[in-house]
Design a protein. Structure first.
Length: 127
């Protein structure tokens, strides 16, 4: 009985399967990196909004010569009405609300911005 050598051998099948598996793993790796980067960009947008809120509140405290003994809270609405801040809008153009909590710790003012948007809320946000 004579065998036909035009078919695939087990070795060739294993090599091809291995190549396909490596290509699949490479594709999964790059897709994961892409979605991870997109998530960071969205999160960074909210961090920028928090930083804008903090910067505006620092100017507000400095310009109004406020003395903060313990804790003070400034809303984004007050900062907006007084001209220190433009509307807080996320990457979708939706309006966000927020505030800055200022703590006086050993005569050192610490500012922390909190925002609430449709799809995001800063950890520790209180109405």
């Amino acid at each position: 009985m004579k065998l036909n050598k035009n078919g695939w051998s087990t070795f060739e099948l294993l090599v091809l399967s291995g190549c396909l598996l490596v290509a699949l793993l490479v594709a999964v790796f790059f897709i994961y990196r892409l979605y991870d980067a997109l998530g960071k960009d969205i999160h960074n947008n909210y961090k920028v909004l928090e930083e804008e809120l903090v910067s505006a509140s620092e100017e507000y405290v400095k310009d109004n010569y406020l003395t903060i003994e313990d804790t003070f809270k400034i809303s984004s609405e007050i900062l907006r009405l007084d001209g220190y801040l433009k509307d807080l809008k996320d990457q979708n153009g939706d309006l966000c609300t927020g505030y800055v909590r200022i703590n006086n710790i050993n005569n050192n003012l610490e500012y922390k911005g909190y925002i609430r948007c449709n799809n995001y809320e800063t950890s520790g946000y209180n109405s």
